[in-house]
Design a protein around this ligand. Structure first.
Ligand code: EPZ
Length: 418
């Protein structure tokens, strides 16, 4: 099992390039199931979750061509409309094939995702949405069976609460449903917009993506398309915090500053110099003190839950007390326990973490528990005095492409050991 060994205390300086968005590439790959023509996707990050999704598509019957630049998915026939447990248990976003499979071939059999470190994360809203489009849903032996032999019919779906992949799943089902579909209380994340952009390139009729109400007019068939995935805003935010927490000066390139307003505002409020450099880069300079600034995670365009752990690492270095409130997932503070091993002074109280700041972090042996928690530990290790060994870095490999080489290139002393 790989580990990271990090010697902290060095300010990061230079340019850090951002890869394509994992959470946009996942629905984009699933969307390729909606057509028998090839779909060519640029900027698909080479991370474990995407490799899992690619294996799932091959399992279903698609052929894939993967090179450094792009992934071509050709689902000209569906052999097995199924997402087996052994794949779904390693990546819950496999449920994104539900909508496309029911829409394309009238049936889907997907293993229930099961538990996750950060919360129960059920998919009940995905299933309720499909039922509103006329699908019959049954569950047995840990699998969900969704069927609509006569095809899906447009309907009105109002999500009880905002769900990102739920919105994407239903959107991908609705594009081939007969008639009009209205999706209300839809997620507004950039990854939802990117999925809709790809679907429109494939011939779908969609209005309102990026707002809370998405209107879809179903079409009979979709055709192939070529599309470049948007940059990963969470990876970009992680590197921005890396520059700040080490007192460095970095330009995060190939990103979309307009997707990062909530983080940029909080970092500027904390006294960190953050400047957009055009439409595709952000310069971050950690110039000394960091003011404590409270954060509450919210759905987009609020502060992203996927940057909460990384932000907590930054607040351990602030000159005072800050309160971090996590409203999206019920168990997303496991990184706090590991940060405390490094000397951080944090008190957990339900959905809130009170971070005392002024933590002189010292290197320690720590264990990654989930994808973004591991990113938080890397950031803390970069700021800590001495050596940190982070175990179970396979978590970080799920969502960050070559993170150790990107950080080494700007001066971090980080290496991967088996
Ligand atoms: C997406 O997960 C992201 N994953 C997550 O990123 C991200 O943290 C999350 O959205 C919130 O922004 C992908 O896009 C692949 P939700 P998703 O449905 O869609 C509850 C990462 O680190 N809920 O928006 O699964 C759910 O339990 C990952 O890259 C239901 O109750 O999240 C949660 O409390 C982690 N029933 C809340 O809604 C449902 O049917 C929001 O979840 C669906 C969700």
């Amino acid at each position: 099992m790989d580990k990271f060994v990090i010697e902290g205390g060095k300010p990061l300086k230079g340019e850090i390039p951002v890869s394509g968005s994992k959470n946009s590439a996942l629905p984009a790959l699933a969307a390729a199931l909606l057509t028998e023509e090839p779909v060519i996707l640029g900027r698909v990050p080479r991370v474990r979750d995407l490799q899992t999704m690619e294996r799932l598509l091959v399992n279903i019957g698609a052929t894939l061509a993967v090179d450094e630049e792009r992934v071509t998915v050709h689902a000209n026939k569906i052999v097995s409309p199924e997402a087996p447990y052994e794949l779904v248990k390693t990546m819950r976003a496999s449920s994104l094939v539900l909508g496309p499979l029911v829409a394309r071939c009238g049936v889907a059999r997907v293993s229930l995702p099961g538990g996750c470190a950060i919360g129960a994360r059920p998919i009940d809203m995905h299933l309720a949405g499909l039922q509103h489009l006329g699908a019959e849903i049954s569950q047995e032996h840990g699998y969900i069976q969704a069927s609509a032999p006569g095809g899906l019919k447009g309907g009105r779906i109002v999500f009880d609460r905002i769900t990102v992949t739920g919105t994407e799943d239903i959107l991908m089902a609705a594009v081939l449903a007969e008639g009009e579909t209205l999706i209300e209380n839809a997620a507004r994340e950039p990854e939802v917009v990117d999925t809709a952009d790809l679907l429109k390139l494939m011939g779908a009729q969609i209005e309102g993506a990026g707002t809370s109400v998405i209107r879809v007019n179903g079409v009979k068939k979709l055709h192939g398309a070529t599309h470049e995935i948007i940059p990963d805003r969470i990876e970009a935010g992680t590197f921005m915090i890396a520059a700040a927490i080490t007192g460095g000066d970095c330009v995060v390139t190939h990103c979309r500053p307009d997707h990062l307003h909530a983080l940029i505002a909080k970092m500027q409020e904390a006294g960190i110099t953050v400047e957009s450099c055009g439409d595709t880069a952000v310069r971050v300079r950690g110039n000394g003190g960091i003011k404590p600034v409270d954060v509450t995670t919210e759905e987009y365009p609020g502060f992203p839950t996927d940057l909460q752990a990384q932000y907590m690492a930054l607040m351990t270095q602030a000159d005072g007390i800050s309160i971090i409130t996590e409203t999206i997932f019920e168990n997303r503070f496991m990184h706090a326990l590991e940060l405390m091993r490094m000397g951080a002074n944090i008190r957990l109280d339900g959905r809130q973490a009170i971070v005392a700041g002024r933590g002189n972090l010292t290197g320690a042996g720590v264990i990654a528990s989930d994808l973004r928690a591991s990113a938080s530990l890397v950031l803390a290790a970069l700021a800590a005095r001495g050596e940190t060994v982070i175990d179970r870095v396979y978590h970080i490999d799920r969502g960050y492409e070559k993170i150790e080489s990107k950080l080494s290139a700007v001066g971090a002393n980080i290496s991967r050991v088996d």
